[in-house]
Ligand binder design. Structure first.
Ligand SMILES: *Cc1c(COP(=O)(O)O)cnc(C)c1O
Length: 232
């Protein structure tokens, strides 16, 4: 990346990050939670190194990506320059990429089936790395959508912990597109409480303030930070 590319991306990115941070802080204040209790993951999927470097230069350290291969090609030089960066896997994960994901990511937000849980457990044993895991819940019980069904959440969480020994810290959801997300955020919060989990990964560009009001502990914000994604 050239210095020129960086300097054109940098002011814009820093301003967008600051704007989202300000909105997030306000949402936290309204919800009565300290802003440091809500983690802001900047979703950089499909965006190039210059934009990400600008966010890193502005001090941001949590990033979300949806593809193992993209992380492997894009991130090594960025991580080297900015130690302490934490990468979050937010996209569906194929079982045959479990080992690569355990190596490349620090937090996994999309654990949603027993075969994947088993593959992740094996990869963690082999590598000695133990990224925090979120179980993804299909809160709208939509056909063809990733995530465990609402009714199967507690059983699957227990299986992840008791059978596979995964470090499950919370639940994650993507509410159905277009509707009111609030009831779905509430569903996730209720399910997490029932399973004894504290963390809730919920809220994206369009609805992160609502998610914070409903108890989100991690929000995943892409377009509001990086602008529209390049087509893929
Ligand atoms: C892409 C993506 C996001 C970010 O979405 P925006 O609308 O760009 O904020 C968050 N979570 C998941 C799971 C995603 O796939």
């Amino acid at each position: 990346m050239s210095a020129e590319q960086l300097s054109t991306a940098a002011p814009d990115l820093a301003a967008r990050l600051a704007a989202v941070t300000a909105r997030l802080n306000l949402a936290c204040t309204r919800a009565g939670v300290p802003p440091r209790d809500v983690r802001f993951v900047a979703v950089s999927k499909f965006h190039g190194a210059p934009a990400i470097a600008a966010a890193l230069e502005a001090g941001h350290r949590h990033f979300g990506e949806s593809r193992v291969q993209e992380v492997q090609s894009k991130w090594p030089p960025l991580r080297e320059r900015h130690p302490g960066t934490l990468l979050h896997l937010i996209g569906p994960l194929q079982t045959n990429k479990a080992a690569a994901a355990v190596r490349a990511f620090d937090v996994l937000h999309s654990v949603d089936r027993p075969r994947l849980a088993a593959a992740l457990a094996a990869a963690m044993d082999r590598t000695g790395r133990r990224p925090d895991c979120f179980v993804q819940v299909n809160v709208g019980d939509e056909p063809h959508k990733s995530g465990v069904p609402v009714a199967g959440t507690d059983t699957f969480v227990k299986e992840c912990v008791d059978t596979y020994g995964l470090p499950v810290v919370g639940l994650m959801c993507i509410p159905p597109y277009g509707g009111d997300p609030r009831p779905h955020f509430r569903t996730l919060r209720t399910l997490a409480a029932a399973s004894g989990l504290r963390q809730l990964s919920m809220g994206m560009s369009a609805d992160f303030e609502t998610a914070v009001a409903e108890g989100a502990t991690t929000v995943r914000v892409g377009e509001a930070v990086f602008g529209p994604r390049p087509r893929h």
